[in-house]
Design a protein around this ligand. Structure first.
Ligand code: MTE
Length: 330
């Protein structure tokens, strides 16, 4: 790794501990949820409106699809995070390394949007995102979401099973992994000026992970189209893994026989590995993973193995601990 690299990715440590920042952000989130006038009053233009519900749906050509029916098989025993918090406390490094990127992210142009499917597939394709979304069975699921920085939220995502996209892609038998890529647009994404990051943001999963029942390609949040800061128009959610695996604003799925090296793995493999399954007993090299802080309440609760989803996913990693060890959980 180059010595001159600025260690911006050290930020998570402060994010895990800085209560003053957390309190300030709470005030901002309340203002956002209250609506555009108040939001303007705290210095954010009407463009943000992460919490301004009507405005968020307006202009999105899929807005008429929401809300979608909730799949009650995917609910949790925790209260929902306030919507204002979920849409104002974000990680989206393409817009900067701070949590408060929601306003900047409004520059993201989400139409027209094309999703490319290539690599080891019967036939490469370019899909218009609206046609894709309208061709899929949308449902709402409430998942726990756990960031590697030790904060967590519980939110209702709308979307469709990743397995449905795999089916549509018709992968060849040699495909073992899927590499995903986020849009990288220098005009609208100021974070890309940080040239020491390996843009574009990429992530990877095994075919078994992609087709697991929990893997969800997300198009909506809180019963409306997913906001730009949360990864519009299409992002991934893998609730049993640390949040960095849940790549936002996806433009490409490449089926491959080689394990992809992700954005974070390339930056700091010892801290952000390929597997990144949640485990309270395997600490991040710079902080404990035993507990997590819930957005909205600030309450600290014990972290759960596979973020509480062991029943659905533990079989994917059976027998691998001996071979991979702690790397399964970091
Ligand atoms: N995807 C892209 N393209 N860029 C990012 O910086 N951050 C990841 C993940 N997906 C990130 C991304 C991290 S570290 C987390 S915790 C989640 O997005 C945050 O999702 P949220 O802002 O919707 O809570």
């Amino acid at each position: 790794m180059l010595i001159r690299i600025k260690r911006d990715w050290d930020l998570p440590e402060s994010a895990a501990t800085d209560e003053t920042f957390f309190r300030q952000r709470r005030q901002l989130a309340k203002a956002l949820a209250a609506g555009p006038l108040l939001a303007a009053g705290v210095g954010l233009g009407g463009g943000l409106l992460g919490g301004g519900r009507a405005a968020r749906a307006a202009g999105d050509p899929t807005a008429d699809l929401y809300p979608v029916g909730r799949n009650e098989a995917f609910t949790v025993d925790r209260p929902l995070t306030d919507e204002g918090d979920a849409v104002s406390y974000n990680n989206f490094y393409e817009f900067g390394s701070q949590k408060t990127i929601a306003e900047k992210a409004q520059a993201l142009e989400i139409r027209p949007w094309t999703v490319k499917i290539d690599g080891l597939v019967e036939e490469e394709m370019e899909l218009d995102v609206d046609q894709l979304i309208r061709s899929m069975p949308l449902e709402e699921r409430v998942y726990r979401f756990r960031c590697v920085e030790a904060w967590a939220m519980t939110v209702p995502w709308s979307g469709f099973p990743f397995a449905k996209l795999v089916e549509k892609a018709r992968p060849l038998s040699g495909a073992k992994y899927i590499r995903m890529q986020t849009l990288a647009d220098e005009e609208t994404m100021p974070g890309l000026r940080a040239h020491w990051y390996p843009w574009p943001y990429t992530e990877g999963v095994t075919m078994g992970e992609a087709t697991n029942e929990l893997a969800l390609l997300v198009t909506g949040l809180y019963g409306r189209p997913v906001p730009k800061q949360n990864g519009a128009p299409l992002r991934l959610i893998l609730p049993w893994k640390y949040g960095f695996k849940s790549i936002k604003s996806i433009v490409r799925f490449t089926f491959t026989d080689e394990r992809p090296v992700s954005f974070w793995e390339e930056l700091q493999a010892s801290e952000y590995g390929f597997w990144a399954n949640v485990n309270p007993r395997v600490d991040h090299p710079r902080w404990s993973q035993a507990q997590e802080r819930l957005l909205s309440t600030g309450e600290k609760v014990p972290t759960q193995l596979y973020n509480g989803y062991a029943e659905q996913v533990a079989h994917l990693y059976k027998g691998m601990e001996a071979e991979v060890g702690d790397r399964l959980f970091r």
